[in-house]
Design a protein around this ligand. Structure first.
Ligand code: HEM
Length: 327
């Protein structure tokens, strides 16, 4: 055999080995015979939900992130706790996940159970609903493959170390995403999700209140923005539901404004401002702030990758009858 042919064969084998079996078992036509109308049903229920509750898109996107990063995209975040088991959704970090995300998935599942009982997994519903909601608020479209099974385990104790917190150092945040195979650029692109949605005042109270000279305490905040946040959050101890927009300029539109905000000190969370102050992440903030197309391409690619993290297929897992209960 010629050298070039051997090399081509070798590369073909390597690329086959690189595609993990679980990924390769997902497909676009997975429900084609068993529930051909499933995408349409999801789209209808999800659009109704978003129209009546415009916070659903952000809520669902964060729900999806928290599901996929903690033990794979297996809808384990949707399971309710029982007397014997404290489930993922009751881990401290997940208590702020808003009800609208859960409700969006419950609605889609209910509609699907009527049309094709016991067929479509909650994990697939969460993945495709997230994509549809992102698109609905102006974000990029990307392909979602189907065939995920729902996990049979959901433990609050298994979350630790898998989800990013705003108080973490940039090295820790980079490490959390690297552990799931994401590059720094992909992590920055995914963080562009903060172009929509809210943060509770409790997430930023240390940054804006601990020191009256906040600009000295935290040089990356724009001082006028910090005073605005102090005013908006003034009552947060009495009213813990008080929240602020993650992107104050275009809060409900999925665009690259989040990245344009960061150099101006308009990032809400410490981790948002950290993306601009850290030399490892700053070039990507600048790239995405300058070119929305590049952000959309990178976000779409990274979301598709996120939707494949740790998926269970074939005989692993189950099709849950209710998304909040293991069968
Ligand atoms: C880079 C590290 C990240 C940290 C430290 C972080 C942390 C947070 C925190 C603390 C909130 C506020 C939650 C609340 O108070 O209710 C939030 C909101 C949000 N996060 Fe992140 N996040 C990160 C990355 C991401 C990524 C990669 C995505 C999605 C791909 C994402 C999607 C969202 C969304 C959509 C919201 C708004 C939720 C809503 O409106 O209910 N975040 N994030």
């Amino acid at each position: 055999m010629e050298g070039a042919t051997v090399l081509a064969l070798f590369l073909a084998v390597v690329s086959l080995l690189l595609v993990s079996p679980s990924e390769s078992r997902l497909s676009l036509d997975y429900y084609q015979r068993t529930c051909p109308q499933f995408e349409k049903i999801i789209q209808e229920t999800i659009s109704n939900k978003q129209i009546t509750s415009p916070t659903a898109a952000g809520a669902t996107l964060r729900l999806f992130l928290h599901d996929c990063l903690a033990n794979g995209c297996d809808a384990s975040v949707l399971v309710s706790s029982t007397f014997f088991n404290k489930a993922e959704r009751d881990a401290d970090i997940n208590l702020s996940l808003p009800g609208d995300g859960f409700d969006a998935i419950v609605r889609a599942k209910t509609a699907l159970e009527l049309a094709c009982p016991n067929t479509v997994s909650c994990a697939d519903i969460l993945a495709v609903s997230t994509r549809d909601l992102v698109t609905m608020v102006g974000g990029p479209h990307y392909t979602v493959y189907y065939g995920r099974k729902d996990g049979r385990v959901s433990k609050a104790s298994a979350i630790e170390g898998h989800l990013p917190k705003p108080t973490m150092s940039m090295s820790q945040i980079i490490e959390i995403f690297a552990a799931k195979g994401f590059s720094v650029r992909e992590m920055v692109a995914l963080s562009g999700a903060h172009t929509i949605g809210f943060s509770h005042c409790s997430e930023i109270s240390n940054d804006i209140y601990n020191n009256s000279k906040f600009s000295q305490y935290d040089p990356q905040y724009n001082p006028r923005f910090a005073s605005g946040l102090q005013r908006a959050c003034g009552d947060y101890k009495k009213n813990p539901t008080l929240s602020v927009f993650n992107d104050i300029m275009t809060p409900n539109k999925f665009d690259n404004m989040y990245f344009q905000n960061l150099p101006k000190g308009l990032g809400v969370l410490k981790s948002d401002r950290g993306l601009y102050s850290d030399p490892r992440t700053r070039p990507f903030v600048e790239e995405f702030a300058a070119d929305e197309n590049k952000f959309f391409q990178a976000f779409a690619q990274a979301m598709q990758k996120l939707s494949l993290v740790g998926v269970q297929t074939g005989r692993k897992g189950e099709i849950r009858r209710r998304c909040d209960q293991i069968n």
